[in-house]
Design a protein around this ligand. Structure first.
Ligand code: PEP
Ligand code: MG
Length: 533
């Protein structure tokens, strides 16, 4: 028997089954250069491969909306320009051009400070893998052809691998690479498959057919377990199955606490596909729409029309509430089409609302798009990274300016649109009373609030154990924000990761938090935690 443990988990569930080891196909590109005469053929080969990939993705998007987002990336000019540029200007063959272009785009995502955004690099790589498989006429091991219960062990899994798995047959997933916000984690959560990612050494420890016991909540994995361990896990598994049945039976019950308070249960999303995925969870809306994606996926700042289309769709999908956070980019969150000056302290640098206020034209474009979409549902505007009342007043003045313009143009919008703010900087905590007089709502961003209050970089693995949202200073700040908001009768929500942590929910309810917004995979558990408090 061998035991492995992983510290950071974002999944739940027990699995006991033999290992299915997913082996890899060699996708390293054939390395040769081409002549001027071959440029045309290689570009045509790229176009052919792209058409085939888009066709596959279109079929897949009917099963899972993630692939609609993949289609957009595969069809995007950024990728096309990069690949064709490498073929034309650098005389690289199509395989090398795709490999390098995909890697460069993925690297932009990888450099970001937001873990969720960093994990999007895997989506870009997944698409690159599809292109290369087509170029090489190769197929992957077929995960849809597993007919006995197994735990899938792999170096990494991409959405296109995960979607093929039958959740009735695949009892668990363990990957050597990947993080807790990777798509494999998110999709596994949505399918209810226990998953552990970033398990160092798992591929060396396991052979196909070895029996595995895993607990996705504690992060424990036993390879060839002793009978006593197996028995303990069997009991735990039965208990969890009962719990799961109970959780599902709660789905249609509104989250009301024992003392009668109706809590808002919302999701955090980065695009409208993620809203569609969350709709069957009986959510109250979107507590955080991260608009960064819209800016990062294209090759230009998105136009008013492009943004309006997306926000309108979101508003129509979630008529109760969609909270659109204005652009939260900068520092080390880069855009492929805009040059940011290097900064010594990107986390404390030119980012979020600072950029929006310094680039008012760009900001107005976004605000106009949000306002126009507000005619189609209940949209709220939220500003990120606020530190001063002046910023709040300036941002609100721009909203008012856009309203005047729209009125003149006879374009409708929600005249009572709420304008709120993220509470994620120490300054916003200390000025919470004053901010509560200016803002229509607060949403506590514990991801950044923890980092800034504790002076602990949220992305630095070396100090990960010091990054603690349960630190008394963070808890005290949260309580203070809620009290300050309530004194002015405004709604206080939370959209940082802590909102979906069932260990935190009882305390947050006691503090009086009104709205919890989280990834869709946590919603069912949060509902149960609220109902059972
Ligand atoms: C936060 O900081 O808690 C938050 C929700 O915003 P982001 O993770 O996008 O920085
Ligand atoms: Mg933040």
């Amino acid at each position: 028997m061998r035991k492995l443990t992983v510290e950071k988990t974002a999944s739940r569930g027990i699995a006991i089954a033999p290992a299915y080891v997913y082996s890899e196909v060699d996708l390293s590109p054939d390395n040769y250069t081409i002549s001027e005469q071959q440029v045309h053929t290689e570009i045509a080969a790229f176009q052919g491969v792209k058409a085939a990939v888009l066709k596959d993705l279109e079929a897949l998007s009917e099963e899972n909306p993630i692939f609609a987002a993949h289609m957009e990336i595969a069809d995007d000019f950024t990728l096309q320009d990069a690949v064709e540029g490498k073929i034309r200007d650098e005389k690289k063959n199509v395989q090398v051009a795709i490999t390098e272009a995909v890697e460069e785009i993925a690297e932009i995502f990888r450099q970001m400070d937001d873990e969720y955004m960093r994990e999007r690099a895997a989506d870009v790589q997944d698409i690159g893998k599809r292109f290369l498989l087509k170029c090489k006429n190769a197929e992957l091991q077929d995960l849809s052809a597993i007919f006995e219960p197994v735990i899938v062990i792999a170096r990494d899994l991409y959405p296109s691998d995960t979607v093929k798995m039958n959740p009735e047959i695949v009892k668990g997933i363990i990957t050597q690479e990947g993080g807790v916000t990777s798509h494999v984690s998110i999709m596994a959560k949505n399918y209810g498959i226990p998953a552990l990612t970033g398990v160092a050494g798992i591929l060396d420890e396991v052979e196909a057919g070895d029996e595995i016991c895993m607990d996705a909540q504690t992060g424990e994995i036993y390879v060839k377990p002793e009978p006593e361990i197996r028995e303990t896990y069997g009991t735990k598994q039965r208990e969890q199955e009962e719990e799961l049945e109970k959780i599902k039976s709660y789905r249609q019950t509104d989250p009301v606490t024992a003392d009668g308070k109706r809590i808002y249960l919302c999701v955090n999303v980065g695009n409208t596909e993620e809203i569609k995925q969350a709709l069957d969870k009986n959510i109250d809306g979107v507590g955080l729409f991260r608009t960064e994606f819209l800016y990062m996926e294209g090759n230009h700042f998105p136009t008013e029309e492009e943004q309006f289309k997306v926000y309108k769709e979101a508003a129509e999908l979630c008529p109760k509430e969609v909270t659109i956070r204005t652009l939260d980019i900068g520092g080390d969150k880069k855009l492929p089409y805009y040059e940011f000056e290097p900064e010594e302290n990107p986390f404390l640098g030119w980012r979020a609302i600072r950029i929006s206020l310094d680039m008012p034209e760009m900001f107005r474009t976004q605000l106009r798009a949000i306002l126009r979409a507000s005619a189609f549902g209940h949209i709220r505007i939220m500003f990120p990274m606020m530190i001063s009342l002046e910023e709040m007043k300036e941002a609100k003045a721009l909203v008012e300016e856009c309203k005047v313009q729209l009125r003149e143009e006879k374009i409708t919008f929600d005249k009572k649109i709420e304008v709120g703010m993220m509470m994620e900087t120490p300054a916003s905590v200390l000025l919470a009373e004053e901010f509560a007089k200016e803002a229509d709502f607060f949403s506590i961003g514990t991801n950044d609030l923890t980092q800034y209050l504790l002076a602990v970089d949220r992305g630095n693995k070396k100090i990960a154990s010091r990054y603690d949202s349960f630190h008394p200073a963070v808890l005290r700040a949260i309580k203070h924000i809620i009290q300050a908001g309530h004194r002015e009768h405004i709604k206080v929500g939370m959209c940082g990761e802590m909102a979906g942590d069932i260990r935190a929910i009882p305390t947050l309810l006691e503090y009086g938090l009104d709205e919890f917004s989280m990834s869709s995979g946590s919603v069912d558990y949060a509902r149960m935690a609220i109902l059972e408090k």
